[in-house]
Design a protein around this ligand. Structure first.
Ligand code: PLP
Length: 451
């Protein structure tokens, strides 16, 4: 049988359950329920197989920054596929899309992050980073500097290496992670873990855990620190203002490489081109993916500063992916960046869309079920709480309130994700004021139903 959008939903769901294993999903549970089938999308709106029009406040998986349905990207892909659908960048070969995108990235990135090592995804790029920073120190005659310090509840990807960098205990529990020489310190999550401290005190205290870890492990063993400017998949945890400057100071003091994982924060999400600019840090390496192509093609990369690139270029870095610098993905990313830049989308986020969204989003804090509502640019979260005054969590059955709220969002034609009992959003950057009003109205209705 030819499987098309026109098949009845139940039939598609049965075929899906029979042959398709989904990421981060319990298969038998999904088979009983049937997956939601998305058939098309335009702007910020998804259409499902039953004709519902759903506002996608997650931009897919935090990635469709320019919104759905931009023909220019489809045309760029088609042009490139006809001219040169594939060639690799191994063994002293290159091609124009890889050159042009690298050139554009060097122009857009802050300070001297002038070099890119391409990957197919954020996970792959973080795997590259593990080998890159260790190779850097080995080349500099310090091969014992191998340990990468990360944070609990960080998300850096799903491959063995990147999930080891991540601090998700449920992921570590499956498959024997983490790999050796990765060390996790606590996250800067004031609302959940700050106790009696002010956010500023807490931000400093959590940053100083990096210094404690370096001293405990030994300076001669630590290669790098990695962090998302704002933790995304961990629940949109916006760090106190004191956190990142202190991390930067400690990295500088002990000559530890700083890796900013900008897979979500990059390309306008926080109101600047990169989250590092919003939080005033100067990483040596940045991980990028998602918004690089607005999700229209799979592509990621490691952006590397001059000094690190010079050292790595002094050896043969025995590393690379068949799809490193895939020409079609590069052409799509380049067109995406052209649109972001020429249409002034990042500037509009900063001056207009993010301030409007913030004003509206923060009204949700008035709801009896909401403990806090925070937002950094275009990524926001609310904490569901049974006792707002004491920042209490649903201790007995964590995650259930979030799940109920997520289902209520779906019932109101809104995609919001839940991370435990935090509800998170990361809408396309092109969302209009009217669509923001709809988002907030539907979120409010869902909260009422969940309450
Ligand atoms: N790093 C961060 C901060 C992410 O949020 C993600 C994905 O959500 C990744 C890395 C992994 O990227 P990918 O799913 O493209 O492998």
């Amino acid at each position: 049988t030819l499987i098309t959008n026109h098949m009845p939903t139940a039939q598609l769901q049965a075929l899906d359950a029979a042959h398709h294993m989904h990421p981060f999903t319990q298969g038998d549970e999904l088979a009983a329920k049937g997956a939601r089938i998305i058939t098309r999308a335009k702007g910020v709106t998804l259409t499902d197989s039953e004709g519902h029009e759903i506002l996608d406040a997650m931009a897919g998986l935090w990635c469709v920054n320019i919104g759905y349905g931009r023909d220019e990207l489809a045309e760029a892909a088609a042009r490139q596929m006809k001219e040169l659908p594939y060639y690799n960048t191994f063994f002293q070969t290159t091609h124009v899309p890889a050159i042009a995108l690298a050139d554009k990235l060097a122009e857009l990135t802050p300070h001297d992050l002038n070099h890119v090592f391409y990957a197919g995804s954020g996970s792959e790029a973080n795997d590259t980073n593990i080998r890159l920073v260790r190779t850097y120190w080995a080349q500099k005659g310090k091969p014992t500097k191998k340990v990468i310090i990360s944070r609990k509840n960080a998300y850096h990807g799903s491959s063995v290496g990147s999930a080891s960098l991540g601090g998700m205990s449920a992921m570590h529990a499956q498959g024997g992670l983490p790999i050796p020489d990765v060390h996790h310190i606590n996250q800067p999550h004031w609302y959940g873990e700050g106790g009696d401290m002010t956010p500023e005190e807490f931000g400093l205290a959590r940053a100083r855990e990096l210094e404690d870890a370096i001293l405990e492990l030994g300076e001669d063993r630590v290669a790098a620190f990695i962090g998302e400017p704002v933790q995304g998949a961990g629940g949109v945890i916006i760090p106190p203002e004191t956190y990142w400057p202190e991390i930067q100071r400690i990295c500088d003091k002990y000559e530890i490489l700083l890796i900013a994982d900008e897979v979500i924060c990059g390309f306008g999400r926080t109101g600047t081109w990169f989250g590092s600019e919003s939080f005033g840090i100067k990483p040596h390496v940045m991980t990028i993916a998602k918004g690089l192509s607005s999700g229209y093609a799979p592509i990621g990369g490691s952006l590397v500063c001059d000094e690190v690139a010079e050292v790595i270029n002094g050896c043969e870095f025995a590393h690379g992916y068949t799809y490193s610098g895939h020409p079609v993905a590069c052409a799509v990313a380049l067109e995406n960046l052209r649109i972001l830049q020429e249409e002034g989308i990042v500037d509009r986020v900063a001056s207009d869309t993010a301030p409007y969204l913030k004003k509206k989003w923060e009204t949700l804090a008035d709801h009896p079920l909401v403990g806090e509502a925070r937002i950094a640019g275009m990524m926001g979260s609310i904490a569901l709480s049974p006792d707002k005054a004491n920042r209490a969590a649903f201790a007995a059955d964590p995650g259930t309130a979030g799940l109920i709220c997520r289902e209520a969002c779906f019932a109101n034609n809104l995609v919001m994700r839940h991370v435990g009992d935090r509800m998170v959003i990361s809408p396309p950057l092109v969302i209009t004021h009217e669509e923001i009003d709809t988002l907030i109205a539907r979120a409010g209705a869902a909260l009422d139903q969940a309450h």
